[in-house]
Design a protein around this ligand. Structure first.
Ligand code: MBD
Ligand code: FE
Length: 284
């Protein structure tokens, strides 16, 4: 890992994630929930907290530590990170019960809309000296009935070989290792990029403190984030992981699924290649 004075802090990445979530939430899905449902859900959440206090005989000192910690999560802009690492997987699993086609996974805090549109066969934007093993992901986007989908969007973003995301680390240029790839007239795509590294949750902020105070580890296995969109179809938000990769069985965000593990093979030129097809169901 290259440590320079430009290394991103948890506060940098937290502030950017908060800003980006607020920008998206104004145009996306934020529920208008009726009062009975709010009351039912919040009552359950609070009951969980009250039960934990009774079960563990929680003291005032511990209550105060929790209060101080919650305040610091907000002050550090880490709610998007915390929610996506510790809570989003449960929402995704619930929603997935009614979704057919390719398995989904969590979006996470580092999606950025509006990236460069790229032809079906392309290389993701990268620095001249981008480190990492060359990786090609190719495949086809189809309807669940098998019909290929030309003009579908494969929106892909991932960390660099040091585990940093553009837009959330000041030393990485905007748009690096991100792009919206448009499938060709057979619904196919072939994306050249580099192999990402495992990702460590920022550890100098409150989420990192909690992980350390609990004796957990802060790692996610190396992954590619992908959102596939096609007209008239339910979008799929997912991630691809790498066979044999570290932390596959202990993802801090609990977002791996066996169907989402690829096993790229060296094609003899030092480039690792893998095929993965996506199947989308029609919009309800
Ligand atoms: C990530 O890269 C990520 O994918 C998730 C879910 C949480 C934090 C960082
Ligand atoms: Fe990620």
């Amino acid at each position: 890992m290259t440590a320079t004075q430009e290394s991103p802090t948890a506060a940098d990445s937290g502030a950017n994630a908060s800003q980006s979530f607020k920008a998206m939430a104004s145009t996306q899905d934020v529920a208008d929930t009726p009062p009975e449902r709010v009351a039912a859900i919040v009552t359950s959440v609070l009951k969980g907290v009250h039960d934990a206090i009774a079960e563990h005989d929680v003291t005032y000192a511990e209550f105060n530590a929790a209060k101080a910690w919650l305040m610091s999560v907000g002050e550090g802009g880490e709610w998007p990170l915390f929610m996506d690492v510790f809570v989003e997987h449960a929402v995704e699993e619930q929603v997935a019960k009614s979704q057919h086609g390719t398995k989904g996974s969590i979006l996470g805090p580092y999606y950025l809309p509006g990236q460069t549109r790229l032809d079906a066969t392309c290389r993701l934007p990268r620095r001249d000296d981008e480190q990492g093993t060359p990786l090609v992901l190719e495949g086809q986007v189809r309807d669940v009935d098998g019909t290929p989908m030309p003009g579908a969007e494969v929106d892909i973003w991932h960390a660099d070989a040091d585990g940093y995301y553009s837009g959330f680390a000041p030393h990485v240029p905007d748009g690096n290792l991100r792009g919206v790839v448009v499938t060709d007239d057979e619904g196919r795509f072939a994306i050249e990029t580099i192999q990402p590294a495992p990702y460590q949750i920022p550890h100098d902020g409150p989420t990192g403190q909690l992980i350390e105070a609990s004796g957990w580890h802060p790692w996610r296995p190396a992954h590619l984030h992908i959102q596939v969109r096609a007209e008239g179809h339910r979008p799929i938000t997912t991630q691809l992981y790498f066979a044999g990769g570290e932390y596959l069985d202990s993802d801090v965000a609990e977002a791996t699924k066996p169907e989402l593990v690829i096993d790229p093979q060296d094609d003899g030129t030092g480039t690792r290649r893998s095929t993965y097809d996506f199947e989308l169901e029609p919009e309800a």
